[in-house]
Design a protein around this ligand. Structure first.
Ligand code: SF4
Length: 459
C-alpha cells in the first residue's frame, strides 16, 4: 500500500472516533443546511438553473483554448499581463520573479485554493517574503499553522472558543473575547499589513472570456483590498475557471452564493478588468494573471472525467458527504478535499498515489444530488476506480480474488459445491482487511438457490 493511502487510513480511523471534531462539524454543517433552502428560494426553478450552469460550463470547457485566448486578448489590451504556467513550480517561479522585480518583502493574499494547491505560502516563506492571509478563516488557519479544512470555510472545524484560545496564544489577546471582538483584532492587524504590502495576490472565482476580466466573490472585502491597495496585483487561477460571458455571472453569482453559504448573493462581488487606467484614482499599477494548468489538461483530455472541470468550488458536496463529515478535511492531505477532491486529485497528481481517495466513498450519490452544476460526482468516483484497475493498480491477490468470484457467480453449480461452513472458512480466512473493522461473515446453511429448488423444483 502506498504511504499516502496508509496515512489516509490511519488519519481517518483517528478522526472517525473523535467526538469533539464530530460535534463541531455537525454544528457548522447544520447551520449551513439550515440556510441553503432559503437561498434556493430565489430561483424560479433551481434545477433548471443548475442545468443551465452546467451547459454554460460545458460550452466553456469544450472551447477552452479559444475562450482563454479571448480572455488574454481582452485583458492584455488594458495592460494586464497574462502568464501561462504548466506546473505549480512554474507558477511559483513566475510569482517570485515578479516579487524580485518589485523588490517585494510582504504580500497580502486573499483566499485562494489554487495558491494552496501550489503551496505558495511555504515557497514565499523559504524566499524570505512574508505572505499574510487576509480572509478571516484563512488568517485563523495561518495562525494555527494548518492548511484550510474546507474549500469555502477554512476554519470550519474550530469553535469560537478554539479561535479565542488561538488568538490569545499567538496575538496575546484576552482568551474570553467574543467573535465580534476577535474579528476586530484581526481587522486591525490586517489593515496595517495592507498599507505595507508591495504585492497583493488573489485567486479568481471566474475568468470572463468576452470582456477579458476576472471576477472575485467574497464576504469580507479583503480580496478587494488585496487587489486594489498594493501597487502590484497578481491573480493565480486554474484555467477551468473560465465562463464565456459577463452576462453568465447573473446565474453563477447567485448559484455560488446559495450553494456555498446559503446566501442569495455574496457581500462583495468584484470584476477586475486590468490595472489602473489613465484617469482612474485607484487600483494597482501592474496586474498579472497566472493561468495554471498543473494537471487540468489531463482531465480535459479524458472525456469521462472532463465534467469535473465545471466545478465552481461551492463546497456543497463536502457538506453533504457522509465520509467528509466523519473523517474531516485534513485527512485527505490535499488542497481539494471531499467528493470533488477525490475525483480530481488522482488526475491532478498521480492516479497510483491518490486512487485511494476514489474508494473513500459510500457511493450514496448525495454529492451529485447537491452539486451546484450537476456534476455526476459519484459516477466519476467509480470511473476513477475503473481507470485505476485498467492501469493495473490492483494487487495480484485482489485480481485473483475477483477472477474466482466472477467464475463462481457465472457458474451456480460451483457455488453449490461448498457447504456454508466451507464458505465461511474460506471467506473469513482470506478477507483479512475486510474483517479488520467487521465481524466474521456468515453464510446461511442453505443458499437462496437451494431454497428455491426445494420450493419450486428446478424450473
Ligand atoms: S463539485 Fe459541485 S458541489 Fe462540489 S464544490 Fe464543485 S460545484 Fe460545488
Amino acid at each position: 500500500m502506498k504511504e499516502t493511502a496508509s496515512d489516509f487510513i490511519a488519519k481517518s480511523a483517528e478522526k472517525a472516533v473523535d467526538r469533539d471534531h464530530r460535534q463541531k462539524i455537525n454544528f457548522n454543517i447544520g447551520r449551513y443546511d439550515a440556510v441553503v433552502p432559503a437561498g434556493k428560494q430565489q430561483f424560479a426553478n433551481v434545477h433548471l438553473a443548475r442545468e443551465r450552469a452546467k451547459n454554460i460550463k460545458w460550452k466553456a470547457i469544450e472551447t477552452l483554448d479559444r475562450q482563454l485566448e479571448k480572455f488574454e486578448a481582452g485583458i492584455t489590451k488594458r495592460g494586464g499581463k497574462v502568464i501561462w504556467a504548466e506546473t505549480a513550480e512554474q507558477a511559483r517561479e513566475e510569482i517570485l520573479k515578479i516579487c524580485e522585480e518589485k523588490n517585494c518583502r510582504s504580500i497580502v493574499k486573499s483566499k485562494s485554493m489554487v495558491t494552496e494547491e501550489i503551496q505558495l505560502n511555504e515557497f514565499l516563506e523559504e524566499n524570505h517574503i512574508e505572505s499574510v492571509e487576509t480572509d478571516l478563516g484563512e488568517y485563523i488557519q495561518q495562525l494555527a499553522n494548518e492548511p484550510p479544512y474546507h474549500i469555502v470555510t477554512p476554519a470550519m472545524h474550530k469553535s469560537k472558543e478554539d479561535v479565542a484560545k488561538l488568538f490569545a496564544e499567538k496575538l496575546g489577546t484576552d482568551p474570553t473575547l467574543t467573535p465580534e471582538q476577535l474579528t476586530l483584532v484581526a481587522r486591525q492587524t490586517l489593515r496595517e499589513k495592507y498599507t505595507k504590502a508591495e504585492v497583493g495576490i488573489t485567486g479568481a472565482n471566474f475568468i470572463i472570456a468576452d470582456i477579458g476580466a476576472i471576477a472575485i466573490t467574497e464576504n469580507e472585502g479583503n480580496a478587494r483590498l488585496s487587489c486594489a491597495w498594493p501597487k502590484t496585483h497578481i491573480v493565480v487561477t486554474g484555467i477551468e475557471k473560465i465562463i464565456p460571458s459577463l452576462t453568465d455571472l447573473a446565474l453563477f453569482w447567485p448559484l455560488l452564493a446559495t450553494y456555498g453559504t446559503g446566501q442569495k448573493i455574496t457581500v462583495y462581488n468584484t470584476i477586475v478588468t486590468g490595472p489602473r487606467q489613465a484617469g482612474e484614482s485607484d487600483g494597482p499599477e501592474d496586474m498579472y494573471v497566472i493561468l495554471l494548468d498543473n494537471g487540468r489538461t489531463n482531465i480535459l483530455a479524458n472525456e469521462k472525467t472532463r465534467e469535473s472541470l465545471y466545478c465552481i468550488r461551492c463546497g456543497a458536496c463536502l457538506n453533504a458527504c457522509p465520509v467528509y463529515k466523519n473523517i474531516g478535511g485534513h485527512t485527505y492531505s490535499t488542497a481539494y478535499s471531499g467528493p470533488i477532491g477525490s475525483v480530481i486529485t488522482p488526475h491532478l497528481k498521480n492516479m497510483d498515489e491518490w486512487k485511494h481517495l476514489s474508494y473513500a466513498s459510500s457511493l450514496c450519490g448525495n454529492c451529485t444530488e447537491v452539486c451546484a452544476v450537476k456534476i455526476n460526482l459519484h459516477e466519476l468516483l467509480l470511473e476513477n476506480r475503473h481507470e485505476s484497475v485498467d492501469e493495473g493498480d490492483p494487487s495480484f491477490a485482489e485480481r485473483m480474488g475477483w477472477k474466482m468470484w466472477k467464475q463462481a457467480m457465472l457458474h451456480r453449480g460451483f457455488m453449490n459445491m461448498g457447504s456454508s461452513n466451507m464458505k465461511n472458512w474460506i471467506v473469513n480466512k482470506f478477507l483479512v482487511d475486510w474483517k479488520k473493522h467487521r465481524g466474521n461473515m456468515e453464510f446461511p446453511k442453505k443458499s437462496f438457490n437451494q431454497m428455491w429448488r426445494e420450493k419450486y423444483g428446478s424450473r
